[in-house]
Design a protein around this ligand. Structure first.
Ligand code: OSB
Ligand code: MG
Length: 367
């Protein structure tokens, strides 16, 4: 199966409600949708790089540059790479994991379609439905936050993550915990604290949180190890785990007790599977993080989260939490038990709505 052509779509999609984190506020979500044509089949991948480098150094602009000028030219007209080999094959390009992961996702979609299997089947997933939660952005006040959380609980989510930043931390978490004493609650700082400022978070230890996500610098596994020693609550790393190697460093250093796996951050689904297996061998639970994905990336996340060591609820909420209109015909709904059903059709198991794709395309590159 030769790789015939690739189209990159720069998407800009309005969010149902603004999403604010310690690194900024977004009303639209941008990403790059990658369409790969090979052997009469069409595969899709989603590169989750955002419009700005707040979460990661990668952006839509860097991803399109790296894909168009470095990653794609050596592949055109050649046999489609095996997705499990692609990360190694792409090693002449340093970093740029999100760009690589977007391409690799399309290769998985094509391989699974060619074999007539779902991605879940290809990965060895064991669940038909996966437990999910909702990630709630910073709100105007603790009272507004409680209100927003209440709305999601009414929809059926049983695990809530709230975003925190210096000055909007313990008080916010306390307000939510006081209003909802029994829900599964966790916080995400997106690297907004330092080893010196993080002790202000110590009162979180009394709030029965599932975890504290990425309090310190994105490249700092060592200081997280020092911090974990000060907390009873498990620290969970997100930004710091950019490869299976970094997952191993974190485990060997006791820098965390839980890992958030995002396929894009770690350079693709193959690396995500490897981190899953590594954590399983260490008895470290993992969960699937989210990047406000469209139906394409959401389908891949659901397949990944169907693996056995994804024992904590993922940031894979229902489509309506993000978009009034998505670029896939399929919309993911929340089941009554706070789960979402994993697609079981061949490939990613979703179909792209060409009219919606057109509507949200801000730029296009044909290769
Ligand atoms: O840190 O987990 C994060 C969204 C964009 C960038 C980083 C993060 C997030 C989320 C949203 O928390 C998760 C989701 O619902 O997709
Ligand atoms: Mg996070």
């Amino acid at each position: 199966m030769n790789l015939d052509s690739i189209i990159l779509y720069h998407l800009r999609m309005p969010l149902v409600s603004p999403f604010e984190t310690s690194f900024g506020r977004a009303t639209d979500r941008e990403c790059v949708l990658i369409e790969v044509r090979a052997g009469g089949l069409t595969g899709f991948g989603e590169c989750v790089a955002d419009s700005n480098p707040g979460y990661s150094y990668e952006t839509v602009g860097t991803a399109i540059h790296i894909l168009r000028d470095y990653l794609i030219p050596p592949l055109l007209g050649k046999p489609l790479p095996a997705p499990r080999d692609y990360f190694t094959l792409s090693s002449p390009v340093r970093g740029h994991h999100m760009a690589k992961a977007g391409l690799e996702m399309a290769f998985w979609d094509l391989l699974a379609q060619a074999e007539g299997k779902s991605l879940k089947a290809l990965f060895g997933g064991v669940r038909e439905r996966v437990e999910v939660g909702v990630s709630v952005g910073l709100q105007a006040s603790p009272a507004a936050l409680v209100n927003t959380v209440e709305g999601y609980l009414a929809q059926g989510y049983t695990r809530v993550k709230i975003k925190i930043k210096p000055g909007r931390d313990v008080e916010d978490a306390r307000a939510v915990r006081a209003a909802f004493p029994r829900i599964r609650l966790q916080v995400d700082a997106n690297s907004a604290f330092t080893l010196e400022s993080a002790p202000t978070l110590l009162p979180l230890d009394d709030l029965h949180l599932l975890l504290i996500e990425q309090p310190l610098f994105e490249d700092d596994i060592w200081d997280h190890a020092k911090l974990q020693g000060q907390f009873k609550t498990p620290i969970c790393l997100d930004e710091s785990i950019v490869s299976p190697r970094h997952a191993r460093y974190a485990l060997e250093m006791n820098a965390c007790r839980i890992i958030n796996i995002k396929q894009a951050r770690v350079g693709g689904l193959a690396n995500a599977l490897e981190i899953h297996d590594l954590c399983q061998s260490w008895d470290i639970p993992v969960w699937c993080g989210g990047m406000l994905e469209t139906g394409v990336g959401r389908a891949a996340n659901l397949a990944l989260a169907s693996l056995p060591n994804f024992t904590l609820p993922g940031d894979i909420s229902a489509t309506e939490r993000y978009y009034h209109k998505d670029i896939t015909h399929e919309r993911f709904a929340l089941n009554a038990d706070s789960t979402i059903t994993v697609p079981d059709q061949p490939g990613l198991g979703v179909t792209v709505n060409r009219a919606a794709l057109e509507k949200y395309t801000a730029g296009k590159v044909v290769l």
